[in-house]
Design a protein around this ligand. Structure first.
Ligand code: ADP
Ligand code: MG
Length: 568
């Protein structure tokens, strides 16, 4: 293999030449204690930066055997290293020159701990780190000497200061590994205890802001479980952990405005993924198959059977195969619910702040004013028990405004100044003392949704013999061929790197032409399994900016893509 000396000589040699001369550095280079892979060289100084990978043998990575033993520990340690490297790498390489010259970057997993491609640790202790570098240019000429400095001084510095053992205070990586193993264990224990979610005592749920996912810095009230819902779950590293268990069935989170209801629900939504130590939610977990639903008027819906929730629409439009390019609040939420069930959701999370009111409730007076034959919607309050009893699907709902749900709740949690109390008994009393006078409404019996299949020809294709290109436009939108896909309503898609993974998955589906080979549920299940095995399976280029997503995020993305045709 060619060595660092060869690379340095080559870079000096191409100094001052046109930018494409950089293409010559593609390939593998041997450093004294690691290997460098130059996977992609950018076409010009302003293009997306070049992609590198550092491969550290076990002797350089120096990871202790305990961390390597289990996948959950390796994932925890790798995410910790990625987050730290992403934060500190800019300091090591302040860019010089035109465009993105000299800028080094690693994709961060933010507060999440999940398999990602920026840093990966193999069971044998090899560590692979993927980064991007703007190859330096003056105008459009190669800055060979500056590049040689970056490759011969800065990159070895990245390895020794950010990646190798002396970058870590003793025990830091072990803590990250242990915390992730514990989070997995907590989630695994939920079914044995009949729970759908768990929030540990001491957890810090509020975030710094709507755009900053780090814990609130000052004035955060730590979580304390109400006695009636307190459970203790065992973890391999932290031992017994005490907190609030949310049982299966229908749970309401009630309370006054600004008392912390939505914050608790958001922690549960994010609890399908693990969090880093110090996040505050590292011991907050929800079942992996929990899906957040909201109203998303304007979204596209393709042939979804929403008839259990919404009957025939004005003009006699049936709803057994409901399609629209412009859903309403209630139809979008009904479609989201059925789509979630179709791919295996067993816990639904909803917040009245973002739900369609008429999807949730219709009170006595409205029932009298608008007769049933003029109202297609069977409100969720009349279906939510069936969902649990017929389909085994639990729900957690945040409600501040409607007491009609007290009749159908198994568990009621009240939030008072950010502290939960159990109100189940009291809610029962109130329900008995004050009947709503509502007449329960009925719809067709609930059954698992009919499987749908995407027609392959309706999935976008590449142009001019090139594969389909899917580009992320911003934090919530991707361009799929010539269609814009808006995923801002998919609230459990938390990281830009997760959006990138969805984009890469779409590209791989187009490449393999297999969208129509199996029903949507099986398709996303298989995709999820591939991502779990190896994120690179959806991205042969081996980019460093992918992070794991569930089948639910993949299905949500497919379900929102305009122009798809589906069959049964
Ligand atoms: P609700 O949904 O009940 O109206 P939110 O969950 O939106 O209330 O919370 C209201 C505000 O209080 C938010 O700014 C949130 O960050 C903050 N907050 C929530 N939980 C806590 C807590 N445990 N400690 C301190 N502040 C909190
Ligand atoms: Mg709220």
């Amino acid at each position: 293999m060619k060595t660092l000396d060869d690379l340095t000589r080559l870079l000096h040699h191409i100094d001052g030449r046109g930018y494409p001369a950089y293409k010559e550095i593609r390939g593998r280079w041997e450093y004294p204690d690691f290997h460098l892979g130059v996977d992609h060289v950018q076409g010009d100084p302003f293009a997306a930066p070049s992609r590198l990978r550092l491969i550290l043998p076990p002797s350089t990575a120096g990871l202790e055997p305990w961390i390597l033993e289990r996948a959950s520990r390796r994932v925890g340690a790798a995410a910790w290293i990625a987050r730290r490297a992403a934060k500190d790498i800019r300091r090591l390489a302040p860019g010089r020159g035109s465009g993105k010259s000299g800028q080094l970057a690693v994709a961060t997993p933010g507060q999440l701990v999940l398999p990602q491609t920026a840093v990966r640790i193999s069971p044998s202790g090899e560590m692979e780190v993927r980064l991007t570098l703007g190859l330096p240019a003056r105008g459009r000429r190669v800055m060979g000497r500056e590049a040689a400095r970056l490759f011969s001084e800065v990159l070895p510095g990245v390895v020794s200061d950010l990646l190798a053992p002396n970058a870590w205070s003793p025990g830091e990586l072990r803590t990250a590994a242990a915390a992730n193993e514990d989070a997995e264990a907590l989630r695994d224990r939920l079914p044995d205890h009949g729970l759908v979610a768990f929030v540990a005592d001491g957890a810090i749920l509020p975030r710094r802001s709507g755009v900053d996912d780090r814990p609130l810095e000052s004035g955060a009230v730590a979580f304390r479980s109400p006695e009636g819902l307190r459970v203790t779950l065992d973890t391999p590293n932290a031992g017994p952990v005490c907190g609030m268990g949310i049982p299966e069935g229908v749970t309401l989170i009630v309370g006054g405005g600004f008392h912390g209801k939505s914050t608790l629900l958001r922690a549960l939504e994010a609890g399908v993924f693990n969090h880093r130590p110090g996040d505050g939610r590292e011991q907050v977990v929800a079942r992996r198959d929990a899906v957040k639903l909201r109203a998303e008027d304007g979204r596209s819906v393709r042939a979804v059977d929403i008839s259990p929730f919404i009957g025939d629409l004005p003009g006699g439009q049936g709803t057994k195969r409901f399609s629209t390019g412009n859903a309403s609040g209630s139809t979008s939420q009904a479609a989201g619910l059925v789509e979630a069930l179709e791919v295996g959701a067993r816990l639904l999370l909803m917040d009245e702040d973002t739900a369609a009111t008429n999807f949730l409730i219709r009170d006595r007076r409205m029932q009298l004013l608008v007769p049933p034959e003029r109202e297609p919607i069977v409100p969720l309050v009349d279906r939510i028990r069936d969902l649990y009893q017929a389909l085994g699907v639990s729900a957690v709902l945040v409600l501040g405004g409607s007491g009609d749900y007290l009749d159908v709740a198994d568990t009621v949690v009240g939030m008072v100044e950010f502290e939960p109390e159990e109100l189940t008994e009291r809610a029962r009393e109130v329900a008995q003392e004050r009947p709503t006078g509502r007449v329960p409404e009925t719809g067709p019996p609930l059954a698992p949704p009919r499987p749908r299949r995407i027609r392959t020809g309706s999935f976008p294709e590449g142009r001019g013999g090139r594969g389909l290109r899917v580009r992320t436009l911003d934090a919530h939108r991707v361009r799929v061929g010539d269609r814009i896909l808006d995923l801002s309503g998919v609230e459990q898609l938390l990281l830009p790197t997760q959006l990138r993974t969805v984009a890469a998955a779409f590209e791989s589906l187009a490449r393999e032409g297999r969208v129509g080979d199996e029903p949507l549920g099986a398709l996303v299940e298989h995709l999820e399994a591939e991502l779990t095995r190896d994120l690179d399976r959806v991205d042969p280029r081996g980019t460093g900016d992918l992070a794991w997503v569930r089948r639910f995020e993949l299905a949500a993305a497919l379900n929102r893509l305009r122009g798809l045709e589906v069959t049964e």
